[in-house]
Design a protein. Structure first.
Length: 358
């Protein structure tokens, strides 16, 4: 396991590489070219510049989150093959710069969805939260406006204002795309990129849909064990893998997270570890990483990753906003640093106990 932190680049992130370097045990970052739109080419020069910046701070790029997939690819429209050709070019350039992990998602219109970005918890921290009631009461075109005021002046991934200005058109594009069609388009995309992934040993790691069910009537497919195993079998290549995100699969309380991890042995290339606290199955908020602060047993999650021999990067996921920090909701320094330290502690204890045969 390699402990990492997500970093959005010096132009966008309030957290610096120097700060990340000082979190005990964090050896790398997960990053991206944040200015790129889905369908844009990432040149070798741009990738190298990012890599040089990270390495100058004593860290490594352990993976990209994300090279975003265009709506043409997701909907299978006329431009799909052109966009796939550009995606392949991006992968080639990443491979040539010695980067071998790419996280992506296949969610229509909205990436992850939360209805509040600053719900106050009893300890005074603020967290991202979701209620189904709020989503059901909202016109999807107003979704962005309803949360934009709490973004702390940042541009949140998947919620870029230019993209949100086109929400109506995006909904039109997905008319007629049901779960089966979306799945088919995903398999088409993966089959097309597998040769370049094999050539450069690039592990693709699909991020689950968050929340793990349909929102605003849109299709959602990466939501449970059955569907993710179906995808693994449909393109049965180690380079077709998974980002195991406990906070996303965990939105559905029917998902048994440690069991899912075990069933995906050999195919989990990246892990996002975080905890949620549920008021009801459709009203939850993000908690501190510590098991007792939320609903999940984080020991069991980390133990399952250890047991399957997980060797990829792991990152603490969304943190609470604490100690007066002003940052992108979910992506401040302090609580993610606490999360990294806690996960490292769990890992060390599990590893030592296992080696001693306890
Ligand atoms: C949210 C993130 C997601 C994730 C993408 C992957 O904070 O976990 O935006 O990066 O879905 O493509």
């Amino acid at each position: 396991m390699k402990m990492t932190l997500r970093w959005y680049g010096s132009k966008y992130d309030t957290v610096t590489l120097e700060q990340i370097r000082q979190i005990p045990g964090v050896t790398g970052v997960i990053t991206m070219l944040y200015d790129k739109q889905p369908g844009d080419l990432w040149t070798r020069e741009e990738i190298r510049a990012l890599k040089n910046e990270v390495e100058a701070a004593g860290l490594r790029i352990e993976g990209i989150e994300s090279v975003n997939v265009s709506d043409a690819i997701k909907t299978g429209s006329a431009d799909r093959d052109k966009d796939i050709a550009t995606y392949i070019e991006c992968l080639k350039n990443l491979g040539e710069e010695d980067i071998h992990l790419v996280c992506y998602n296949f969610m229509p219109v909205f990436d992850w969805t939360r209805t509040e970005l600053a719900r106050k918890r009893a300890d005074g921290s603020t967290v991202l939260a979701y209620t189904q009631e709020a989503v059901d009461a909202l016109d999807p075109e107003k979704m962005f406006d309803s949360i934009a005021g709490d973004m702390n002046g940042t541009v949140m991934p998947g919620w870029e204002p230019e993209r949100m200005a086109k929400v109506k058109e995006l909904f039109e594009l997905y008319k007629g795309i049901d779960n089966e069609k979306l799945f088919e388009n995903l398999v088409y995309f993966l089959k097309a990129i597998m040769p370049v992934c094999n050539e450069y040993d690039i592990k693709m790691a699909i991020h689950p849909d968050d929340p793990a069910w349909s929102v605003f009537g849109l299709p959602r497919i990466i939501i449970n064990k059955e569907n993710i195993l179906r995808l693994m079998n449909a393109v049965d290549d180690v380079h077709n893998g998974v980002t195991f995100c406990s906070g996303s699969y965990g939105t559905n309380l029917n998902n048994d997270l440690p069991d899912m991890i075990r069933s995906l042995k050999g195919r989990i290339h990246f892990a996002h570890v975080r905890n949620l606290y549920f008021h009801s199955p459709t009203n939850f908020e993000e908690a501190a990483h510590l098991s007792s602060d939320g609903t999940f047993d984080m020991y069991e999650i980390v133990k399952a990753l250890y047991d399957i021999g997980f060797e990829g990067p792991i990152r603490p996921d969304h943190g609470r906003m604490i100690w007066g920090e002003v940052a992108m909701p979910g992506y401040g320094l302090y609580d993610r640093a606490l999360g990294a330290t806690y996960i490292n502690g769990l890992w060390e204890a599990i590893e030592k106990a296992s080696k001693r045969g306890i």
